[in-house]
Design a protein around this ligand. Structure first.
Ligand SMILES: [Fe+2]
Length: 385
C-alpha cells in the first residue's frame, strides 16, 4: 500500500470550505475502501462528480468458461492472442476464479472517446511490450517495458500508447492489491529486507485540471457487465487530492532478487498479495552458491495452489520450449518440476537472465474459451523422458 501523498491544491483542513477564484466551492469527494475503515483519498473536483446525464444500454463482458474443473498441466501461447484496436476489446480473460481474472491483451490504439472504470477489481497491468501514459484524476503515470501499473478499483482511467505494438498481462483482483504484510513495519513503511522500497514506487504526476462541462462517456465495469455512463463534467477535473488511495507503477526491473546458498522458494520473489492469491517477480539473478547446489527448482507439490507463470524474457533453465508471452498452468494436486535434462544442465551455472511474472492462486482456476483458443493441450506430457 503506497504512502500518503498529495498532488495539486487541497484546503488546509479537510471537510471545510475550499473556494475557486470565482468564489464558488470545489466539490470534495471521499474515495474510501472497506466501508470507511481502510485506505482513502480526498479529491477536490471543479464540479460535483455525480452529474449523470444518461446511462446507456449495458452489455456483458463476462468470460465464457470452457473448463470449469480440470486437473491437467496446460500451456498457453500468449502472443497468439490477436491484437485489437480497442483497449477494452483487446483484453482476453484466459484463467479466472472468484478472486482473480488473468487476461492477455494486445491493444493497438489509445482510448480516445471513452474512459474506463473497473468498479469492483483492482487492476495490475504488467507491460510486456509497449509504452505510453495512463491518465487518471490523480494525475498521469508514464509506463514502459516491465512496469506493473496498479490501478485501484473505482479509478477512472484512460490509456495512451506510443505505437501499436503492445502486449499486456493483466491481473484483476476482486480485493485490494497490497504489498506483502511481512515487508511492512507497523507504520506501513516497507522494511529494509523488502525487495523494493518507497523510492521504487512511481506515483501520479502532472495533475491537469479539466474544468469542462459537456458529455463524457465512462464505461463502468461491475460484475462482468459494462454500464456506459454519460456524465456532464470531465472525469479529470480535480484541482488537488491527498491520501493513500491512488494508482502507481513499480518496475519489475526495480525488484531486487533475494538469493541464497541453496534454492529458495517462490515467496522470496513475492511482490504483491491479495485475498487468496499472490503475484511474484522472477528477475535476473545470481544462482545459489553452495558448491553442490542445484540451481533449478526441485519437483514440487504446491498442494493448495494453482501456479500460473507468465514468461517475459530471457532463458528458463527448468523448462524446454518456452516462448515469450507463454503461460503455464500447474494446478494444485499434482506435482510438477524441471523438464528432463534441465537439472544436469543447470549444474555449475552462475546466473539466470529469466524474467517472469507468477500468479499463485489458493483456489482452482477455470479456463476460458479465449484461453482454450491459445492452449497447447499436450503440455502435460512434456515431462516424459
Ligand atoms: Fe512451480
Amino acid at each position: 500500500m503506497p504512502q500518503y501523498h498529495v498532488l495539486g491544491s487541497v484546503p488546509p483542513k479537510r471537510h471545510t470550505q475550499f473556494r475557486k477564484k470565482d468564489g464558488s466551492l470545489y466539490s470534495e469527494e471521499l474515495v474510501s475502501t472497506h466501508g470507511f475503515s481502510n485506505v482513502y483519498s480526498l479529491i477536490y473536483h471543479a464540479h460535483p462528480p455525480t452529474m449523470i446525464k444518461e446511462v446507456e444500454k449495458s452489455y456483458s463482458v463476462k468470460p465464457e468458461i470452457a473448463y470449469e474443473k480440470s486437473l491437467k498441466h496446460q500451456s498457453f501461447e500468449g502472443f497468439d492472442v490477436k491484437p485489437e484496436d480497442d483497449f477494452l476489446k483487446s483484453r482476453k480473460a484466459v484463467l479466472v476464479n472468484n478472486d482473480v481474472h488473468i487476461s492477455l491483451a494486445a491493444p493497438r490504439k489509445a482510448m480516445k472517446d471513452y474512459y474506463f472504470k473497473n468498479a469492483d477489481a483492482d487492476e495490475v497491468i504488467f507491460v510486456h511490450e509497449g509504452k505510453g501514459t495512463i491518465t487518471t484524476i490523480y494525475g498521469s503515470i508514464d509506463f514502459g517495458y516491465g512496469d506493473y501499473i496498479v490501478v485501484p478499483r473505482g479509478t477512472i482511467y484512460q490509456i495512451k500508447f506510443s505505437d501499436e505494438n503492445n502486449r499486456l498481462f493483466i491481473v484483476e483482483s476482486f480485493t485490494a492489491i497490497e504489498f506483502p504484510k511481512r515487508y511492512r513495519n507497523e507504520y506501513g513503511q516497507l522494511e529494509e529486507h523488502a525487495p523494493f522500497c518507497e523510492r521504487d514506487i512511481r506515483r501520479p504526476v502532472r495533475l491537469e485540471t479539466h474544468d469542462e462541462k459537456g458529455e463524457f462517456k465512462i464505461l463502468i465495469k461491475k460484475e462482468g457487465i459494462i454500464y456506459p455512463y454519460i456524465y456532464a463534467s470531465h472525469p479529470f477535473d480535480a484541482i488537488g487530492w491527498d491520501g493513500n488511495f491512488y494508482p502507481y507503477a513499480l518496475s519489475i526491473h526495480d525488484f531486487e532478487p533475494i538469493t541464497g546458498r541453496i534454492h529458495l522458494p517462490p515467496p522470496t520473489h513475492q511482490t504483491f498479495e491479495a485475498r487468496n492469491f499472490v503475484i511474484c517477480s522472477f528477475v535476473p539473478r545470481l544462482y545459489d552458491y553452495h558448491p553442490l547446489s542445484i540451481p533449478v527448482p526441485y519437483n514440487h507439490s504446491n498442494i493448495d495452489s494453482d501456479e500460473v507463470l507468465y514468461y517475459v524474457d530471457g532463458d528458463f533453465m527448468s523448462r524446454k520450449k518456452v516462448t515469450r508471452g507463454m503461460i503455464t498452468l500447474h494446478p494444485g494436486g499434482i506435482p510438477h518440476g524441471p523438464h528432463p535434462g534441465t537439472v544436469e544442465k543447470s549444474l555449475g551455472q552462475k546466473e539466470t537472465k529469466e524474467l517472469a511474472v507468477m500468479v499463485d492462486t489458493f483456489r482452482p482456476l477455470m479456463i476460458t474459451k479465449e484461453g482454450v483458443g491459445v492452449m497447447h493441450d499436450d503440455y502435460y506430457q512434456s515431462w516424459l523422458e
